[in-house]
Every structure is written in C-alpha cells, then in structure tokens.
Write a protein that binds this ligand. Structure first.
Ligand SMILES: Cc1ncc(COP(=O)(O)O)c(C=O)c1O
Length: 440
C-alpha cells in the first residue's frame, strides 16, 4: 500500500464539519428534499443525483452557470453528466424549440424532422447505415441488444465489469438486481487475454460484445485502442456483433471515438446531447442488421415508442448539430478539456498529493488515487471520503461537479472558467493537504 493511510480520526471530523457547513448554507435544498420525500423515495427520481446529507436543488441555469435554491451561483463543471454540452441557454437551441412548439406538438405522424436529424447523424457516423431513435441511451442499448440477439439467434452478451449502459444495464460491481435478464458474461475491461478466454468458452452463444470506448460512469477510464481493435477481431471470430456504446464518447470528435480510432462497430448507440439537451437515444449500424426494423418486412422486428420522434427533441437536436456543434467546435472543446485536465493534475503534482483526473477530451473524473487505472478493479480501496471532502469544498468555492467527481465541459466553458476551476482546486488542495493521500 503506497498511499498514505488517512487516520479516521482526522478525515472524519473534517468531513463532518464540511457537511455541517454545507447544511447551514443550503436550508432551501434541505427543505425541498424533505418535502419531496413524501412522494419520491428520499425525494429522488434519478439515482445519480442523490448524495448525503441531501443534494442541491438547482433553480436555474444560464450559459455554464447554475443558481441553487438558496441563491448561490456555481460554475457548472458537470454539464448534465455530458448531456449538457450546449450549456443552459444556447439561443439557437431555444429558438429551435420555440419554432417547433409553434408548429404544434404531438402530430401522431412521421415528420420531416426525424429524417433530417438521422441524415446529420449518419454524416458523422457513416457506420450507422440505418438508425432509429429512442428516448434515452438506456433504451438505445436495450434495442441494440435486441437487434443483436434477433440477428444472431444467440442469447449471451459479453459486457465489462464497471460498465454503465443505462439504469437496467449497469455493471458496476459486476451487475445490478434491476438489470434486464440477458444472459450476461462479465469480463474485465482492458484485458484482452481475459476476453479471449471468455470468447473461447462462450463464443458460439455470444450475440454481442457491448462496450463503452471509455468507461464513463465507471470512472472515465479509456479503453486502450489495441483492446478495442482486439474486441473487433474477437467478435468477427465468433460471429458476435460488436456494439459500441458511444452515448458519452460520441462527443470526443465529430464522429465519436470510433472515428478517432478507425474502429468499425456493427452497431453504435448514442444519447445525451444529440437531442439538444432533451431526452434522446439512437441505435444504428449495419444495414443487414437494422433492416429487420423495416415494417414492410414480414419478419419485421417491432420498435415502438410514443416519443421516438418527438418534435422538440428532433428540432433541438438538428439545430444543435447543424448550427452549433460543428466538428471544429467539438475539437476545440475537447482541446480545452485536455488542457484543463493537465492543469488540474498539475495542481495535484505541485502539492504532491496522490489524486488524479482521468478521462479524454472534455470529459474527466476525479480519483482519490494516483496509481494507473486500467479497469474497475484498480479502483478498489480508494477512499470515497476524500472525494466527498473535495466536493463540498469546491461547492463552497462556487464549483459544481458530480459528487462522484465527474467533470464534463459545455461549449460556454472557456479559458476564464478553466482558470476559475484551477484556482479553486489549488486553494482546496492547499488547505486540505494534510488529509489527502501523498503522491506515490
Ligand atoms: C455510456 C452510457 N450509456 C448509456 C447511458 C444511458 O443513457 P440514458 O441516461 O439516456 O438512459 C449512459 C448514461 O449516463 C451512459 O453514460
């Protein structure tokens, strides 16, 4: 164990005191949560948003800033867990939504908008020869898995420990009691030998290998390019489909991480910001797989969904992609993210503390260790109290990130905001240094 063990007696009182200050500063959030708890379990309807002693209630957002129920202003470094790439008030998105509203909601029909958005996505992801829309990334992955099992006539799905593909496709700690009952084979991430052994054992029954090109909720741990290319080869060998979940990583370039790596999945799933900040999901890929959803076919697979082509998502998504989120704008945002991550890690190096931000481009995650991270197992034993302490301290200095440490930049988050974040982190780390693990 090369990390300095922090005596409970030092860290716990610091956390108790930071939590007490948080509680004192945020009475309106605490009251709102208590009221909500009458109708929602612990006041919560989206698990990731809850943290103890109670989560902040946000009242409004503008650009890359948020205001909470008690009137505090924050720099939004979370960007809706990567979905809020446009910030809170992009005028192009706002106008597109208003214009769509004026045309009327709920037209019970095909509209020209869904094809226009699909064309724009296909231009960026040429491997999506045919695609369909859903209401969430979860649903996109569920449908991609359904497509794979129907196409191959097989039942097993190879996934990765620590991966997150949606509320019912969650593999932190290997799996979840609320997962859908596919026959999952769980492999360690970034370990091609282990996957090869599993493919040898299960290959003829494998319908799909489903993978995020970077573990997102699992800690922003990128897959090694050779690992991803190795999976492509293994999928080909055993006749399984390779499904690339780019719900988070699509924002790493105009064509996602697959374009950066020259990787050709059979199916791709998308979500998050593609709907301009509204509910969105899409799955698509090889024409021979996706054409099973052609309703004219006698053996057509169904794919229903009242809001699959809802007017507001289609309009906001299309306006965003065509007028705002050009590949050049994405590249610039990712470069800002790379620079910010280096500077944040520079703070840790300067203070000789054993912490790090991992990630790619404009998406990153704080970890309470500086050892190299390859997969979920490498995170075992890290002390979550450290992240809690830094979270409350950063909030107090006006920086909002996920309680688990996720940071995702939005377009309005520029160099001034990066300076603000680095300055705040520097002050927090300087003040807490005796409580933080020492650098290796
Ligand atoms: C990689 C990945 N896949 C799928 C999902 C699920 O998307 P949604 O929350 O829209 O259902 C997420 C959400 O965080 C994700 O990060």
């Amino acid at each position: 164990m090369n990390q300095r063990a922090i005596p409970l007696t030092e860290l716990d009182p610091a956390l108790v005191e930071a939590t007490a200050r948080y509680r004192a500063r945020n009475p309106a959030s605490e009251r709102l949560l208590n009221e909500a708890a009458d109708v929602l379990p612990a006041g919560n309807t989206r698990s990731v948003l809850f943290y103890s002693p109670f989560p902040l209630y946000m009242a409004r957002g503008e650009g890359c800033h948020l205001w909470d129920a008690d009137g505090h202003r924050y720099l939004d470094a979370l960007g809706e867990f990567t979905a809020g790439i446009y910030g809170h008030s992009n005028p192009v998105i706002q106008q597109a939504i208003v214009a769509a509203l004026q045309d009327g909601l709920s037209l019970s029909s095909h509209t020209a908008r869904e094809a226009a958005l699909a064309h724009e996505i296909q231009r960026r992801f040429p491997g999506m020869a045919l695609l369909r829309f859903t209401n969430s990334g979860t649903e996109a992955n569920l449908m991609a898995l359904a497509a794979a099992t129907a196409h191959t006539g097989r039942r097993k799905v190879l996934v990765f420990n620590g991966a997150y593909h949606g509320g019912v496709l969650s593999f932190g700690g290997g799996g979840s009691p609320v997962n859908v009952p596919h026959d999952f084979v769980v492999a360690p991430y970034n370990d091609l030998d282990a996957v090869r052994a599993l493919v040898q054992a299960h290959g003829p029954q494998l319908a799909a290998i489903l993978i995020e090109p970077m573990l997102g909720a699992g800690g922003c741990i990128p897959a090694a390019p050779a690992f991803l290319h190795g999976l492509r080869a293994l999928a080909d060998e055993c006749g399984a489909l390779l499904i690339l979940d780019e719900v988070m990583t699509s924002r790493l370039s105009g064509g996602g991480r697959q374009a950066l790596l020259g990787l050709k999945p059979d199916l791709t799933t998308l979500g998050k910001y593609f709907g301009g900040g509204l509910s969105f999901g899409a799955f698509g890929g090889r024409a021979d797989v996706m054409s099973r959803f052609d309703p004219r076919r006698p053996d057509a697979l169904g794919h229903a969904g009242t809001f699959n082509n809802n007017a507001l998502t289609m309009a906001a998504g299309l306006a965003g992609l065509t007028q705002v989120l050009t590949p050049a704008a994405l590249d610039a945002l990712n470069q800002r993210g790379e620079r910010l991550r280096e500077r944040l890690n520079g703070v840790f190096t300067r203070h000789a503390v054993g912490l790090q931000f991992t990630g790619l481009g404009s998406v990153m995650q704080l970890h309470a260790t500086d050892r190299p991270l390859r997969n979920a197992a490498d995170l075992a034993g890290t002390d979550d109290r450290i992240k809690a302490l830094l979270f409350f301290d950063l909030l107090e200095r006006g920086i909002f990130l996920a309680r688990r440490g996720l940071v995702a930049l939005s377009l309005p988050f520029g160099e001034t905001q990066a300076d603000e974040f680095v300055t705040a982190l520097d002050a927090v780390v300087a003040a807490r240094r005796p409580l933080l693990p020492a650098a290796r």
